[in-house]
Design a protein around this ligand. Structure first.
Ligand SMILES: Cc1ncc(COP(=O)(O)O)c(C=O)c1O
Length: 399
């Protein structure tokens, strides 16, 4: 394989390891969240690794993501939760996807879709569609507001009785799980328990009640119910920096590049657009062929670092669309050369920064760093558990 100028390498063994750690830590079903192209790690490959680790359930946001997983051969339980009116509900029902409804209007639309799919209603195999209900317990984002719960549950039960669907889950999402002491966590959990009691009164008996994302799955045992929805921790990143105990999660993503050029700078030479940095002493800089066109945040200009030969070196000047400069220090026998490796981020085992380090430098969260990285980079999946990782390399050239 020719060396890539800039590439993402994802270790599927790390994904499997993290999913198993989360299963053991939570003691309940772990729904592995693979939306947004698996947080930038590759949805289909991550889904396969999660299934290999024993994940019965996966979750995505959109029906298109769920249908793409089915097209790729995934046959397990699969939840999707963010639809707009007119989504391909019928296709999703036929593909055995668990849909989420936030409102009676959405249930009505799903009922019509179920009728179009099967006779009398439901999937072509005669079984009913599967629907989960999302209640808003305080995030004030998606989900039915409290005043709509009774009607939503009554309509959902009626749909069960008419054979349109089975209600397989009731769930909600926390606003502040990465701040374990925040009072909203208790308030939302209480509200969720109220919703479950009302659903029970309406005669609903869902197989999965779920509230927790990664942070709550780890930090809030009372919020685990029947399942936890884990995204970021499945990728080995810390869901609640400063609060999460060391569980031995392993970041699955490494981003590397080859230096395009190394040059010397004299005192007073300024670099990149706007000349925001000027060399205070003679130094060498390396040109890294990745920029905001690859999802390297422009906010990293002058504040983040990359790993070169085991040492973290500062980014100098502005990150451009295709490239940025890294300060390699005064020229000597150890000065790197064009073609040498730069580690933008990774697990941190070779002195490189982590996605969390980038997040802190850029005033964002690791989710955004890994999800946005990509653009023209190639993405390769390896499996460090196999003896010869290169036997299992798959390069996604479509990126
Ligand atoms: C509804 C819902 N549940 C679970 C998750 C997973 O969250 P995390 O990545 O923090 O585990 C997300 C991610 O944004 C989400 O939107």
């Amino acid at each position: 394989m020719t060396p890539a100028r800039a590439e993402i390498v994802v270790d599927l063994a790390a994904i499997r390891h993290n999913v198993r750690v989360l299963q053991e830590t939570s003691g309940v079903e772990v729904i592995v969240v693979v939306k947004a192209d698996g947080y930038g790690h590759g949805m289909v490959e991550v889904a396969g690794a999660a299934r290999d680790a024993g994940a019965t359930w996966l979750a995505v946001a959109t029906p298109d993501e769920a249908l793409a997983l089915r097209a790729a051969g995934d046959t397990g339980r699969l939840l999707c939760w963010l639809t707009v009116p007119g989504e391909p509900y019928a296709e999703a029902i036929a593909a055995d996807i668990d849909l989420t409804a936030y409102s009676v209007a959405e249930l009505d639309e799903i009922a019509a879709a179920a009728e179009s799919v099967g006779r009398p209603v439901g999937r072509p195999d005669g079984r009913p569609a599967r629907v989960q209900l999302k209640v808003d317990t305080g995030l004030s984002r998606g989900g039915a507001p409290r005043e709509a719960w009774v009607d939503l549950f009554a309509r959902a039960r009626a749909g069960e009785e008419s054979g349109h669907w089975r209600v397989t889950g009731i769930w909600s999402h926390l606003a502040c799980s990465d701040e374990p002491e925040h009072p909203a966590n208790d308030q939302q959990e209480l509200a969720f328990r109220d919703a479950l009691a009302l659903a029970d009164e309406a005669g609903l008996r869902p197989e999965l009640r779920h509230l927790a994302n990664s942070a709550a799955a780890i930090l809030r045992p009372s919020a685990r119910f029947d399942a936890v929805r884990c995204g970021i921790a499945s990728y080995g990143l810390d869901p609640a920096p400063g609060h999460t105990p060391d569980l031995g999660l392993v970041p699955a993503m490494t981003v590397r590049a080859s230096l395009a050029l190394v040059k010397t700078l004299a005192v007073g030479d300024s670099v990149s657009y706007g000349h925001t940095w000027t060399a205070p002493a003679p130094t060498t800089v390396g040109l890294v062929p990745a920029g905001y066109g690859e999802g390297v945040p422009r906010h990293a200009s002058g504040v983040a670092s990359v790993g070169v030969a085991g040492i973290q070196r500062p980014i100098r000047g502005r990150v451009c669309m295709d490239q940025f400069l890294v300060d390699l220090g005064p020229e000597d026998h150890s000065t790197p050369h064009a073609g040498d490796e730069v580690l933008l981020l990774g697990p941190g085992r070779h002195g490189e920064p982590t996605a969390q380090d980038w997040a802190e430098a850029c005033d964002t969260i690791s989710y955004e760093i890994v999800t946005r990285i990509g653009g023209r980079m190639t993405r390769t999946h390896v499996d460090s558990d196999t003896e010869n990782a290169h036997d299992t390399v798959s390069r996604d050239e479509t990126r």
